[in-house]
Write a protein that binds this ligand. Sequence first.
Ligand code: DX5
Ligand code: ZN
Length: 234
Amino acid sequence: MIIAPSLLAANHGQLLRDALRAERAGADWLHLDIMDGHFVPNLTFGPGVVAAIRAQTKLFLDVHLMCSKPEILLEPFAQAGASLITVHVELGDRVTPLLWKIKSLGKQAGLAINPPTNIALVEPHLKHLDLVLVMTVNPGFGGQSFIAETLPRIQRVNAWRSARRLNYRLEVDGGMDLTTAPECARAGADTIVSGTTLFSRRNLKSAIRQLRLAAHAAAAGGSTPMRHAKAPGG
Ligand code: DX5
Ligand code: ZN
């Protein structure tokens, strides 16, 4: 189980400090949300910030591009030291060349999908992917509530992976906490992005540890019930 704290929920006046805090607290990856004010109605930070973080850490940098023109951003983020770059399937015909470009830059490639988008659109790309990111909120802002209707989509992406013997990671992003992350892990997610739940806690180390343990137990067939699995009579 990989826990990827999202810097979106960190102190934006202290992004490098909070990135290093996450590393010391045991983060497996760092999730970096890049928003362009067009693909989503919010703005975050650019390759300069990613390069500053890369200069100070060996952490795996998981760059999530929520941008209308990733074509102009792949090289800058690759040079800045991204480990994996994710683009959105909503970009349509542009997805295939974008994935090839990410690979040609020597980086791992991810594909993200928003909650309202037909999940079947991901399927043709699976064999080229290192990661599938099933968004569990509509992207743009931290602190939103988990959309439970995304659970069957996670199960679907997980089933495709087993049926085709592929080994992409299955990441979930948005509204993750000690209840929802285990639900997603039971559905097949193995990579949990979390912003608010982690950075709102004073003790980041124990927050990461708790989230990892809860998700891991659920994935291993632990006792966390699925949200829709009602008890008899309930
Ligand atoms: C949402 C971003 C997420 C965000 C999650 O648009 O892609 O990575 O940081 O934040 P929380 O965990 O607060 O829902
Ligand atoms: Zn994200």
